[in-house]
Write a protein that binds this ligand. Sequence first.
Ligand code: PEP
Length: 255
Amino acid sequence: MNKATRKTIIAGNWKMNKTPDEAKALISEMAPLVKDADCDVIACVPFVDLAVAQQAAEGSNIKIGAENCHWEVSGAYTGEISATMLKAMGIEYVIIGHSERRQYFGETDVTVNKRVRAALDAGLTVILCVGELKEEREQGITAELCRMQTKVALQGVTAEEMSRIVIAYEPVWAIGTGLTATADQADEVCGIIRDVIAELYSTEVAEATTIQYGGSMNDANAEELLSKVNVDGGLIGGASLVAEKFAKIVEFASK
Ligand code: PEP
């Protein structure tokens, strides 16, 4: 398997944006624009938007995902949502380990791993985010950092379960900043992550795993980023909130 045969996935991360009515409007606007996509198209939306987004996406090729899940099935965890709850409402995808969760909500590699395990146990597909801080890139430890984040997050994940793991390489310095990794930087780190998967599992598993780039990807830079051999799609924040921009990225990924 290679880039041509791996699944290309363009996923939006809406973060804490859009009320249910706005979510319905945005999905309805996107659906006709991405209907001819030759890649998977996902919108990961706030918990309160999931149901309405699912309804709005019905009959289209847009799949709806969540932005996080807890590691327990149920219990005294006020404010949290379990992977089992997401699965019960027909959700297929969940983002785990986004840098904003790590930065602002105390998420660690260990809790990311627990959430990954729970999501897989519930039958979800995980979009696992890894990536270095600006200082870590400057210190020259990007590779070590991404290797370690990937390894810890995947502890206890079997080779079979890797078919339900998508990895998003998201350099933290590029998220929401307008700064983008160069296509070569994105390709290099996605390749390093693919090597880690080969070490942990096998070349076959590594070659079959979708590895996205995320970090200020937009309609102006997506074509170059997506042309790289190790970049199998994108996790898109800001540009996923604008239907035409998101659709344009989907169009580049479909080539
Ligand atoms: C993200 O939220 O994962 C992201 C990549 O955001 P942005 O595209 O806005 O940088």
